[in-house]
Ligand binder design. Structure first.
Ligand SMILES: C[S@@+](CC[C@H](N)C(=O)[O-])C[C@H]1O[C@@H](n2cnc3c(N)ncnc32)[C@H](O)[C@@H]1O
Length: 366
């Protein structure tokens, strides 16, 4: 039976315009059902083949040793192909939905008199070389046009197998941030269209919340979505390697799901910038994927990122982010495993026969 996603509750107009229309739900349900099959049955078959290979050749000592072994399993090529196929089919569907309502989307994203907060573009902004690449295999990316941002929003509603359509993951992340006192100035770096930014402003309505990103179309969309939610946020087009903010002026900086798209040198520059703009005692809190420590599943995570065109994700997972934070000057660094509420994440991680998406939260205090 197909596991159809529930249509979202009626919401603000921009959300309704950029949600999955009823007529697309059967096609989407097929893709989500395929993805679930891939993460359960197909994964389990590959695991059984791996265990048979281990019985024959012995346990690999590392991810590097496991990889050629996993690659040679009979189901490996099909497993990889299906992942890329689902990704590409999902984008084609998103593109068609946005193309079908192109005029309405263009009109809905134009700044208007009643828009809340501020939006600042940066004339002649130089994009870093690593950035001008179509991450996630989204054709034309998220930064070239408003349509790209709209397509990204549709994709973002289903990327966690449909479990984050209202950005619950980001709400949980923001709600769990531990501060010594209520922050007055908050930066969401690499905010995209604002999933974490909305959550931060909801948690600390009195604070000045800024969303920074290189992609102006995402910021335009974010401001519209924030307006529909009654949230006053400052949206600024900027490179997080050069944060346009005075020294010591920020209480909390957050980065969710961005560092894995950056080379190590850009991450080091970003950490140094965060350290510069934070006040003494201010915090930087980051949410990213991490390694599991199981050579088989870490190999699959490597494929996962490579097959959806994430060139820096695998190198990122092997970086020592805590050491990099200390090198940037942070005095205290904590790293914790992080799980999405309502899922049995710890149990899935402990069981090598189950798929696991491992999240990690890093908190660095200046
Ligand atoms: C995968 S999205 C994550 C968006 C959001 N933080 C979330 O949690 O969903 C990565 C975002 O980082 C932005 N980004 C990447 N490199 C950046 C940089 N150097 N400066 C500012 N934004 C950047 C991209 O434009 C994109 O919007």
């Amino acid at each position: 039976m197909l596991d159809a996603p529930a249509p979202s509750a009626p919401g603000p107009a921009i959300d309704a315009l950029l949600d999955w229309p009823a007529e697309s739900l059967p096609a989407l349900a097929t893709l989500l059902a395929l993805r679930r099959r891939w993460m359960t049955q197909d994964f389990a078959r590959l695991r059984r083949e791996y265990e048979a290979a281990v019985r024959e050749h012995g346990e690999p000592a590392s991810q590097a040793e496991a990889e050629p072994m996993v690659q040679s399993l009979p189901s490996a090529a099909g497993f990889q192909w299906l992942h890329r196929h689902i990704q590409d089919r999902t984008w084609r569907l998103c593109e068609r939905i946005v193309a079908d309502r192109a005029a309405e989307v263009a009109a809905a994203m134009e700044p208007a008199g009643g828009d809340l907060g501020r939006l600042e573009g940066t004339e002649g902004l130089a994009y870093p070389a690593y950035y001008t690449f179509d991450y996630h295999r989204q054709d034309q990316g998220i930064w070239r046009s408003d349509a790209g941002a709209a397509i990204y929003l549709l994709g973002a509603r289903v990327v966690h197998v449909g479990r984050n359509s209202d950005f619950q993951l980001h709400d949980q992340f923001a709600d769990e941030i531990d501060m010594d006192r209520a922050p007055r100035v908050i930066l969401d770096l690499g905010c995209g269209f604002g999933k974490t930014t909305f959550s931060l402003k909801r948690r600390w309505p009195e604070a000045e919340v800024q969303g920074l990103d290189l992609a102006l179309p995402c910021l335009r969309l974010g401001r519209k979505m924030a307006t529909a939610r009654g949230l006053e946020i400052a949206w600024r087009q900027a490179d997080m390697e050069r944060i346009p903010q005075p020294d010591g002026s920020v209480d909390l900086a957050v980065i969710t799901m961005v560092l894995h798209e950056m080379p190590a040198s850009a991450i080091a520059n970003t950490l140094a910038e965060c350290h510069r703009v934070l006040r003494p005692g201010g915090r930087l809190v980051m949410l990213e994927n991490r390694l599991i420590g199981d050579p088989f599943r870490d190999t699959l995570l490597k494929w996962y990122s490579q097959l959806i065109d994430e060139p820096y994700w695998e190198p990122y997972r092997h970086l020592d982010l805590a050491a990099m934070c200390r090198d940037a000057g942070f005095s205290e660094v904590r790293q914790e495993k992080w799980y999405l509420a309502g899922t049995d994440g710890p149990a899935a991680e402990a069981d090598p026969r189950r798929w696991c998406t491992p999240w990690g939260r890093t908190t660095a205090i200046k």
